[in-house]
Design a protein around this ligand. Structure first.
Ligand code: HEC
Ligand code: HEC
Length: 158
């Protein structure tokens, strides 16, 4: 499980940096609050209550079926889940049966795992190896492609 710790640290950086964007006043144009947030907030509250007191423990010691995440505090998993959901424009139910969060029977959940690995690989193996880039910390996240939609755009929409 630990082989993905490096990936997860980058993922966490992305999460933390994107939540800073969400919370910055006047940033609505960049990351508009979407109408599905109220639904997600209910589930986030439900999981937060279930892990109460364990927020600072290692994420993979608190949750049951993690194959990608590791190496950050359990409380931050919910930030990651909310960022992924926002990036795709969905609620938690797109990948999960609520209350059975560890269940893997929905194929979208495994696709998300693979997308997460792909995203880290693009950043580490391609983007950061392009010589002469002004931003040496450049990165790709789910939003870079999905931009609030399940299907990334293939052409500019007018
Ligand atoms: C695009 C798919 C997707 C969406 C949307 C999503 N999740 Fe997840 N979730 C995952 C994946 C993938 C994992 C497993 C990560 C891993 O293997 O390390 C996961 C793991 C979890 C876990 C840990 C379960 C366990 O015990 O192993 C919880 C809790 C969870 N998600 C809650 C949520 C909540 C709450 C939301 C909505 C705010 C949400 N998820 C939205 C894909 C998603
Ligand atoms: C480099 C671009 C790119 C990045 C980055 C990316 N995706 Fe995707 N994703 C795609 C494409 C392209 C598709 C296929 C869309 C289609 O044509 O159906 C897709 C499809 C998906 C689907 C399946 C949608 C469906 O209709 O069933 C999920 C779930 C998903 N992505 C989750 C994620 C998550 C979570 C992340 C971030 C961890 C992410 N993606 C990052 C390009 C990307």
């Amino acid at each position: 499980m630990k082989i993905f710790t490096g990936i997860s640290l980058i993922a966490l950086f992305v999460i933390v940096s994107s939540s800073a964007i969400i919370q910055r006043p006047g940033s609505l144009r960049i990351n508009p609050a979407d109408s599905l947030q109220a639904v997600r907030d209910q589930y986030i509250k439900q999981v937060s209550e279930a892990i109460k007191g364990k927020e600072q423990m290692a994420v993979d010691s608190v949750f049951k079926n993690l194959k990608v995440f590791g190496g950050f505090p359990a409380g931050n998993l919910l930030l990651a889940m909310n960022s992924w959901s926002r990036a795709l424009g969905v609620t938690c139910e797109h990948c999960h049966t609520p209350s059975h969060w560890e269940d893997d029977s929905n194929p979208e959940k495994n696709i998300a795992r693979e997308m997460s690995k792909m995203t880290s690989n693009i950043t580490n193996e391609y983007l950061r190896k392009i010589p002469g880039m002004k931003n040496t910390k450049a990165l790709i996240n789910c939003t870079s492609c999905h931009n609030g939609k399940l299907k990334p755009a293939l052409r500019i929409e007018n």
